[in-house]
Write a protein that binds this ligand. Structure first.
Ligand code: OGA
Ligand code: FE
Length: 298
């Protein structure tokens, strides 16, 4: 049988990423999660598309860490001696919300406790399934952003933990982080709309633009849009397989000096899906799930 070369794009690439221009002075940046009130735009920041060099981390996964880069690629576990993998053995049906929370969530909690240095308590609070099909509820996000800001993280802690536990953790000065756990749901390696992420160590605080994130029903969170800067170092993990997990840290209280760490470089990775110019026109659409976690400790 002839060996066909893999169609999956690999190696460094220059692609356009969508950044944002800061709002004019005195204007609050706003994004409506669903329909905006009549007469208002869904989003009031101007987009700034820029060509960016994006490097492939495949083969050099161990060079990156949460404290320095705010992202962590976790390779698929190798099956030991041909035996069944012990962990994540139970199949998850990603079309079934109950299966996700009952079966996938505990796997993710165990993964975080194992891979996040110092983690002692994990609270998973949200997940999003994305499918690159026109009928899907959510698709890949083609806009550079950070999911949380320091303000929205405190809101999350009070919203998702019992009040006495939240108060006790904050009073003790426990370190808290928000981490997204991203995986592909495609059977084959991801070929289209891959995710790009920048090292936190290369991302300046002033390039995170706070945006009010207004949900229907009145809840307002805060996310950050990302201004372009040539010093930002962007990466992707080519051809991610369903066994691989990518941790994207969105916030780390240690980066504020609250937990006494001087090693943490910002604690937040800007990220965005991108169109890889090398992707075949008939490539399979990307499908993925990201779970959002509050991680406490030490
Ligand atoms: C995320 C995210 C976008 C995408 O995981 O936080 O923004 O296209 N994902 O998967
Ligand atoms: Fe995100």
């Amino acid at each position: 049988m002839a060996i066909t070369p893999s169609p999956v794009p690999r190696g460094p690439v220059t692609a356009t990423l969508n950044f944002s221009h800061p709002p004019p002075p005195g204007v609050t940046a706003v994004n409506y999660v669903e329909d905006p009130p009549s007469g208002e735009p869904k989003r009031n920041l101007a987009i700034n598309p820029q060509p960016v060099q994006i490097n492939d981390i495949r083969g050099r996964e161990s060079e990156f860490s949460l404290d320095h880069d705010a992202f962590l690629p976790i390779p698929a576990p190798a099956p030991a001696n041909g035996e069944e993998e012990e962990e994540e053995a139970e199949e998850v049906n990603f079309d079934d919300e109950t299966s996700i929370t009952k079966t996938y969530y505990p796997q993710i909690t165990a993964l975080l406790l194992r891979h996040v240095p110092g983690a002692t308590r994990v609270v998973l609070f949200d997940h999003t399934i994305r499918r690159a099909s026109p009928t899907a509820k959510r698709g890949p996000v083609l806009l550079a952003h950070v999911d949380q800001t320091p303000k929205s993280v405190l809101q999350r802690i009070h919203r998702h933990l019992p009040e006495d536990e939240a108060a006790a953790l904050l009073a003790r000065g426990t370190r808290y982080r928000i981490i997204n756990i991203w995986r592909s749901l495609n059977k084959n390696p991801v070929e289209s709309s891959p995710l790009a992420f920048a090292s936190s160590a290369s991302f300046r605080a002033e390039d995170a633009i706070p945006v009010e994130h207004r949900y229907p029903g009145g809840y307002t969170g805060e996310t950050a849009a990302v201004a372009h800067h040539p010093d930002q170092k962007w990466y992707y993990w080519s051809g991610m397989t369903p066994g691989e997990r990518l941790l994207l840290e969105c916030f780390d209280s240690a980066s504020l000096g609250e937990s006494g760490s001087t090693e943490v470089r910002g604690g937040r990775t800007p990220h965005t899906a991108f169109v890889d110019p090398r992707t075949r026109p008939d490539a399979e659409g990307r499908e993925s799930i990201e779970v959002r976690a509050l991680v406490f400790g030490p």
